[in-house]
Design a protein around this ligand. Structure first.
Ligand SMILES: *Cc1c(COP(=O)(O)O)cnc(C)c1O
Length: 660
């Protein structure tokens, strides 16, 4: 079979031939594979996109079919809920019968990488993604009901029965700690929305029998980096292994795009065979966070022992930490070797220039986005299609969503948008029916990684104030979700505090229904970003580089309640909701640890109360849909999503960073 050979399928793995033919690839057309592979193999300049994690969300978008049986561990059947209705938590699980998310991501960085590949496919770019196959995913979150805390459980899944994931024939090795580390490769194809193009994603895997156990475990768990050596080896697999994978597959790549310092060792691998000074034009780097913990540092001696003297020399020349010369700094390495460097929102660009003054002149900003087709709910999609004549061919060009703004005074559009929104709320209410959620109640959601700078406890600072708002204005529904990285102690303390505050609302279920869902993932993200009335985003400015969950919400007409940070700065004057809280004066960064919880929670409650009143005025019919200020905000949100999408973003990368 020609195609199996062209895509590199391991010929000893015969069961895959049932899903891969010259016509079909796991139920999708095979022709785009042939085209994409041929272009990558020809001497056509292409882009290699490196990321430690990818959130591809196949449970909600482009789900492959397979004729082979799918192992049970790849199906997610249930989630628990921690609510202020303890009896319900005890008797009911959230029924979720779906294919497990390809578990190789932890949060926004991964989802952005996944959305970027999808948009690259949508616009027909020749690009290959490089990542790691995490054999034990990230982790599974369980709540410890009696003690009130999170228990991280190891998760298991089966790459060999995951639809669309195929093992490859080419193998490679890299030298680590004086030994040979063998790497196996996998491939997953990311299809464009119209299934006419694909982008391959190549995943590296050290879990092969030829490796000693301590090497096999290197690609077990995403961000399980209990010691420096483990972390360094994972960086080496992505960067150095990634470059070798491109060579092993015969792809012609002329741009290496590094996401975070995680992938910076790709430069070191290249510099072994070519003069490092001549490599600059090959590399581009995106910095995704102003948070200190986001920058990898390694002891240079340890690095030399793991990667060898030659690699260490290159790192010393280009990536020595400025403050501590006995350390390597991968952010520094990536910035100094890349011709083009960018931050992920305008504001983040300013902050990055302040943090890295030496590279100030080459740091640009390209604002993040989300993949429209993945995150658009069915009711809003129907709405856009019903009004397509006035909006235009938004499927092909999501920037046309801007035209929703022209429908501001179109009464039919307003009514249709409101019904679409209520339909989304109904879906969320059905999902949480055992917890008495309904579509009539004002619903607020906070869902993202639990990290201290995101201030997960802000809404729960003063439960009595929430009760007061509910008494004065109307009942509240609150949905919360998010995982705390198991090694992040401050994050776990925040999570414990959240559960404790939820318990304080146990007697108030008539006024307030509050549910914390276990195991936040892209499936939940779509339900929540479309099914709530208000999307709460309250990071401490300026530490949210961009944030993307709010972009998913505006695409579905969900109004924002946000601090002035990340992408929101660029839409803050567009009346997309309420902006509140502290923001540092221009030119200042401030402190990550001074969370300003007391001051900002007071402002949050004030804005929330105003919003609840405004919402209920429309929901109870006191304000007509035709002149409802709530609808006006919803339409502004929809219109802004014409900008905050990965199609616009990837075309900016194409023109300004890759010149492809
Ligand atoms: C979109 C998304 C995120 C990113 O959320 P932020 O608000 O940008 O932090 C994290 N996790 C999942 C599962 C997502 O879908």
């Amino acid at each position: 079979m020609k195609i199996a050979e062209l895509i590199g399928l391991d010929p000893t793995e015969e069961k895959y031939l049932k899903d891969v033919s010259d016509e079909e690839f796991f139920g999708y057309p095979a022709r785009p594979l042939i085209e994409a592979e041929n272009i990558l193999l020809a001497k056509t300049p292409s882009i290699a996109y490196f990321s430690m994690e990818y959130g591809l969300a196949p449970s909600i978008y482009h789900t492959f079919k397979t004729v082979n049986p799918i192992m049970k561990s790849n199906i997610l059947a249930e989630h628990e809920v921690f609510s202020n209705m303890k009896d319900m938590d005890y008797y009911h699980l959230l029924p979720v019968q779906k294919i497990l998310d390809l578990p190789i991501y932890s949060g926004g960085l991964g989802v952005l990488a996944g959305d970027s590949l999808k948009s690259a496919a949508d616009v027909g770019l020749s690009l290959v993604g490089i990542g790691i196959l995490w054999n034990k995913g990230y982790f599974r979150q369980k709540f410890w009901f009696r003690a009130g805390g999170q228990v991280p459980e190891a998760m298991s899944w089966d790459p060999r029965s995951y639809p669309g994931l195929i093992p490859l024939k080419p193998r490679l090795d890299i030298q680590l700690s004086g030994q040979k580390l063998h790497l196996k490769l996998w491939k997953y194809y990311v299809y464009s929305y119209d299934k006419k193009h694909v982008v391959p994603l190549v995943l590296l895997d050290s879990n092969v029998p030829e490796n000693p156990e301590y090497f096999q475990e290197l690609t077990d768990q995403l961000y399980r980096s209990t010691n420096g050596w483990l972390k360094l080896c994972q960086r080496a697999i992505l960067g150095m292994g990634g470059v070798k994978a491109i060579e092993a597959l015969g792809y012609s790549v002329d741009k290496y795009h590094l996401n975070e310092g995680h992938a910076a060792l790709a430069f070191v691998e290249k510099a072994k065979t070519r003069e490092p000074e001549k490599l600059g034009k090959l590399f581009a780097y995106t910095c995704h966070t102003p948070v200190e913990a986001g920058h990898d540092r390694f002891d240079l001696q340890e690095l030399s022992a793991a990667l060898g003297a030659e690699a260490a020399e290159i790192v010393k020349r280009f990536g020595r930490d400025e403050r501590n010369p006995s350390q390597a700094n991968l952010t520094q390495l990536a910035m100094s070797v890349s011709e083009r460097v960018n931050a992920v929102a305008q504001k983040h660009g300013e902050i990055t220039r302040l943090q890295f003054p030496r590279f100030r002149d080459k740091i640009e900003s390209i604002t993040n986005g989300i993949h429209t087709h993945t995150w658009l709910s069915a009711p809003i999609k129907d709405l856009l299609n019903k009004h397509k004549e006035k909006i235009g061919d938004w499927e092909n060009d999501p920037t046309l969503l801007r035209n929703a703004g022209n429908l501001m005074n179109d009464a039919a559009f307003r009514r249709d948008l409101w019904s679409a929104h209520i339909e989304n709320k109904k879906a969320l209410a059905r999902f949480l029916e055992f917890w008495y959620f309904d579509e009539k109640t004002f619903t607020v959601c906070w869902a993202r990684r639990i990290a201290p700078y995101k201030r997960p406890t802000l809404l729960l600072e003063d439960p009595n104030r929430l009760i007061e708002i509910a008494r004065r204005v109307g009942p509240l529904q609150i949905v919360i979700a998010g995982k705390a990285h198991p090694a992040d102690v401050p994050a776990s303390i925040h999570l414990d505090a959240m559960l404790e505050k939820i318990n304080m609302l146990n007697g108030e279920r008539k006024l307030i229904r509050i549910a914390f869902l276990e195991n936040y993932d892209t499936y939940f993200a779509k339900k929540l970003t479309s099914g709530s009335d208000v999307w709460l985003n309250n990071p401490l400015p300026p530490f949210e580089a961009s944030g993307t969950s709010g972009m998913k919400a505006i695409l579905n007409g969900v109004v924002q309640l946000s601090t002035l940070d990340g992408w929101v700065v660029e839409a803050a004057d567009k009346n997309i909701g309420r902006i509140f809280g502290y923001a540092p004066p221009p030119g200042e960064i401030g402190s990550e640890s001074d969370l300003k919880l007391d001051q900002d929670s007071k402002e949050l409650y004030k804005s929330l109360e105003e919003m609840a009143a405004l919402y209920y005025a429309t929901a109870y019919g006191k304000t007509a849909i035709e002149d409802s200020p709530w609808l006006e905000m919803m339409i502004n949100c929809l219109s802004e999503s014409g900008f905050f999408n990965t199609q616009r973003m990837i075309l900016e990368y194409k023109d300004r960073i890759w010149q492809a």
